[in-house]
Design a protein around this ligand. Structure first.
Ligand SMILES: Cc1cc2nc3c(=O)[nH]c(=O)nc-3n(C[C@H](O)[C@H](O)[C@H](O)COP(=O)(O)O)c2cc1C
Length: 188
């Protein structure tokens, strides 16, 4: 199974990165796992191309901006499952995750853009590393966007600074469960 993690944190070894590592810890022995840090990529904000706010996203399911967005979308299409992991900022997803998902949800309004994305299993991880509040709210926002893109959201895992040790064990178990019970065709 090929699992791609899309991470909205700046720090590869930060709390969000470590949560993804926990998910991958056992899984990576028998599966192909890749982690992409959005902050290390060039992802412009949506340009709201036309006067009506839409653009080729609506008519063709593509984005006209030539940056790292499209290559990441291709990686999503080639993967069997996706992990979306974000630090919690203001009880919401991070800016890099927002810029990426703003564009992804637009192209997936069109049938062509949905190709190899619709129905793909996904797990969301939201890490509140400050006071610890807002992880559940962040999960709510992230799940709504991912569902809107057409992913099958298998689980959303809120984590907070105070329970990271517990959640890292849960993420490890979730990873094991995920590869046993979920395939690119859905739940087994
Ligand atoms: C702009 C900003 C807003 C934040 N808002 C919250 C918040 O609402 N709740 C919280 O617990 N932590 C908040 N934090 C702390 C981050 O959640 C914490 O730094 C993050 O989990 C660290 O992840 P990382 O190590 O992967 O960067 C905020 C941090 C920043 C920079």
């Amino acid at each position: 199974m090929k699992i791609l993690a899309i991470v909205g944190s700046k720090n590869p070894e930060g709390k969000t990165g470590l949560c993804v590592n926990s998910f991958f810890e056992t899984v990576k022995q028998n599966n192909e796992c890749e982690k992409i840090l959005l902050t290390h990529k060039k992802i412009e904000n949506c340009r709201q191309c036309d006067f009506n706010g839409w653009g080729k996203c609506r008519t063709e399911g593509i984005c006209v901006i030539e940056d790292d967005f499209q290559p990441i979308v291709e990686k999503i299409r080639q993967a069997d499952a996706i992990v979306f992991a974000t630090p919690v900022y203001f009880s919401d997803i991070s800016e890099s995750m927002k810029s990426f998902l703003d564009r992804l949800r637009r192209i997936t309004r069109h049938q062509a853009g949905k190709t190899d994305i619709e129905g793909k299993p996904t797990i969301g991880i939201c890490v509140a590393g400050g006071g610890g509040g807002g992880a559940v709210m962040c999960c709510f926002f992230l799940e709504r966007i991912l569902t809107g893109c057409g992913f099958v959201v298998v689980d959303m895992i809120p984590c907070r600074r105070q329970n990271l040790q517990l959640k890292s064990q849960i993420l490890n178990l979730t990873g094991k469960w995920f590869v046993e019970h979920v395939s690119s065709e859905g739940y087994k």
